[in-house]
Write a protein that binds this ligand. Structure first.
Ligand code: THU
Length: 132
């Protein structure tokens, strides 16, 4: 039984998006990650003038949660102010696959339709050093 609705999780992602720092791309992304104990951690993308140091909303939310000792991640909602549906980048997929392999990713398209896909449908064969 999920504690909060998809719509509520998406609302939190949309709220987090407002804190994005994106002077270079102009694209704001927000993430809301539901943990095993039902708490929600949010993140927004944060860019830097040294572009490669920028970080996506997904990893901000995930690292916040992991650094607070959270595990068992269930769902992540992603919101953006762009017209295209957000697809997590390859770097985020790899990190998510290791730390939250059973995740369901919820996205909202430009028409407001909410969709849900398993993380491993985006990255079916993530790199792993060990099984587990
Ligand atoms: N970005 C995210 O935060 N998440 C995604 O899933 C895709 C891309 C960010 C990175 C960068 O700040 C901006 O969006 C444009 O690529």
């Amino acid at each position: 039984m999920n504690d909060i609705s998809k719509e509520e999780l998406m609302k939190q992602a949309t709220g987090a998006m407002r804190n994005a720092y994106t002077p270079y791309s102009g694209l704001r992304v927000g993430a809301a990650l539901e943990t095993g104990d039902g708490t929600v951690y949010t993140g927004a993308n944060i860019e830097n003038s040294s572009y490669g140091l920028s970080i996506c909303a997904e990893r901000v939310a995930l690292f916040k949660a992991v650094s607070e000792g959270k595990t068992g991640f269930k769902r992540m909602a992603l919101a953006s102010d762009g017209t295209a549906t957000i697809v997590p980048c390859g770097a985020c997929l790899q990190v998510l696959a290791e730390l939250s392999p059973d995740l369901q990713v919820i996205t909202k398209d430009a028409d407001g339709n909410i969709q849900e896909k398993a993380l491993d449908s985006y990255l079916p064969e993530a790199f792993k050093i060990f099984e587990g």
